[in-house]
Design a protein around this ligand. Structure first.
Ligand SMILES: [Fe+2]
Ligand SMILES: [Zn+2]
Length: 455
């Protein structure tokens, strides 16, 4: 280890008569002569903290051998030797720094003690009438360790220093801890043109969708799995369309109102209100939280063309991740603006083009609307070219005809599209074409899915 040249307390908190918790900054000089700064946290006895030059000299007694690892000395309890452990099998449970590793039938879970204490679901810590926690995290002792841990293969039980008892079911832990192998109940079925042509989601009839919970579940399941679903034989009125939609979720109010209806009369400042072709895009990119679901119902069309393009954005993103991981990475990190401007409205959003689930890395959202991009003031000049290169790489994937799935929306077909995943577009058309539809919030859809136990 290279000589410590300085140390500075950033904050300290007197937590009991004898103990301080504090964070501090260390400055080291390495053998190249570079100054290295690390932040650390440390428990020290009151006496230690106040002894020595500057009150912190004793914090560095146990200097780390690694230049970036935090230094911790005078832990209140040693991790091993003070906790009573018992498991069904000796290998079920072992202590690690600040927590335990628990081996269940199929998984190895890493469980920090502070997380286990904070998530106690006993009657004292959790209100089962309101389904809310009763404790704030400020109450948690950051270095808490239990007196005993017991695992019988079904339940994990801990007894804390104040005799408080916490018990978890294994299944609850499996579905709530940080776990990169976490499996969704409805996995994505990723598709391109050929895959979708061979495996289209089953269409649901109007009567079934309205009157049977099985059919309604299937409609929602299709959205979660394929990114879209179609209800057929719906009466050709806005009111009936709304009733079909409201089985799934309340209608969201946006700048277009609730149920909108449009034709090619250029009534609004959006290309949708013309009869020209529209490339694949997601809608409402100019909202900080883009609309979750888009619904279309073609009420009337007396001309030709106007076919609807669907494209699985998550499939395109996954392919990009494989063939150009650098571009994928840039699009998950670079925040760009989108906007919608017309008299009386001026919307502006900030967000990444691609968003991943923080735990699993699965795709969570694609925001792709070349038409609604606002002036790019969020990217520093030296990163502009690499951003455009990454955006072009994704656009190339999205323009790939092998990924395009086209359908002709006939009157009576209500199409629900997952606007966080599936891009839509439209062929140019002739004649009078009247479309009604609306947006739904993704939170409302997911809530319905959980209530129906699809998720
Ligand atoms: Fe659109
Ligand atoms: Zn409790």
């Amino acid at each position: 280890m290279h000589p410590l040249t300085a140390g500075r307390i950033l904050s300290k908190r007197h937590v009991s008569r004898s103990w301080y918790f504090h964070s501090f900054r260390n400055l080291f000089t390495d053998k190249r002569g570079w100054t290295i700064s690390t932040s650390s946290t440390c428990w020290c006895s009151y006496k230690d903290v106040n002894r020595g030059s500057g009150g912190i000299s004793t914090c560095f007694v146990g200097r780390s051998k690694s230049k970036f690892s935090p230094i911790t000395v005078n832990r209140r309890l040693s991790t091993t030797g003070t906790i009573s452990l018992s498991g069904k099998n000796a290998a079920d449970i072992k202590t690690i720094s600040g927590g335990i590793e628990l081996r269940t039938d199929n998984d190895l879970l890493t469980l920090p003690f502070i997380w286990l204490r904070d998530h106690c679901r006993c009657q004292i810590c959790y209100n089962y009438k309101t389904n809310q926690k009763k404790v704030e995290n400020l109450d948690c002792d950051l270095s808490i360790e239990p007196r005993s841990v017991e695992y019988d293969g079904v339940q994990l039980s801990l007894i804390w220093p104040d005799d408080h008892k916490t018990t978890f079911e294994t299944d609850w832990l499996l579905s709530h801890v940080f776990h990169s192998g976490y499996k969704k109940k409805v996995p994505f079925f990723l598709w391109n043109k050929d895959v979708m042509t061979a495996n289209p989601p089953p269409r649901i009839g109007y009567e079934d969708h309205m009157n049977t919970s099985m059919a309604l579940k299937r409609s929602i399941f299709n959205i979660l799995k394929f990114g879209y679903t179609i209800v057929t034989q719906v009466p050709l009125t806005i009111e009936d369309t709304r009733e079909v939609i409201e089985k799934v979720s309340p209608v969201s109010r946006t700048l277009f109102g609730e149920m909108w209806s449009f034709t090619s009369d250029e009534a609004r400042g959006d290309t949708a209100y013309t009869n020209i072709a529209l490339g694949a895009h997601t809608d409402a990119s100019y909202y900080n939280i883009p609309a979750g679901i888009q619904v279309f119902h073609c009420l009337e069309h007396d001309g030709s063309g106007g076919e609807t393009l669907l494209l699985d954005g998550f499939n395109a993103a996954e392919r990009l991740q494989k063939i150009d991981p650098a571009a994928f990475d840039i699009l998950t990190r670079t925040v760009i603006p989108h906007e919608y401007i017309e008299p009386g409205h001026n919307f502006h959003s900030l967000g990444t083009v691609l968003t991943q689930h923080p735990t699993t890395g699965e795709m969570l959202n694609i925001r792709f609307n070349p038409y609604d991009r606002a002036p790019l003031y969020t990217v520093p000049p030296d990163k502009v070219q690499e951003f455009y290169r990454a955006y072009q790489a994704l656009s190339t994937e999205i323009k790939n005809k092998d990924n395009e799935f086209w359908i002709k929306l006939e009157p009576g077909m209500v199409l629900f599209i997952d606007n966080w995943r599936v891009l839509h577009g439209r062929a140019a058309f002739t004649g009078k074409r009247v479309i009604t539809g609306c947006y739904l919030s993704r939170d409302d859809l997911m809530s319905t899915a959980r209530v129906l136990q699809i998720l």
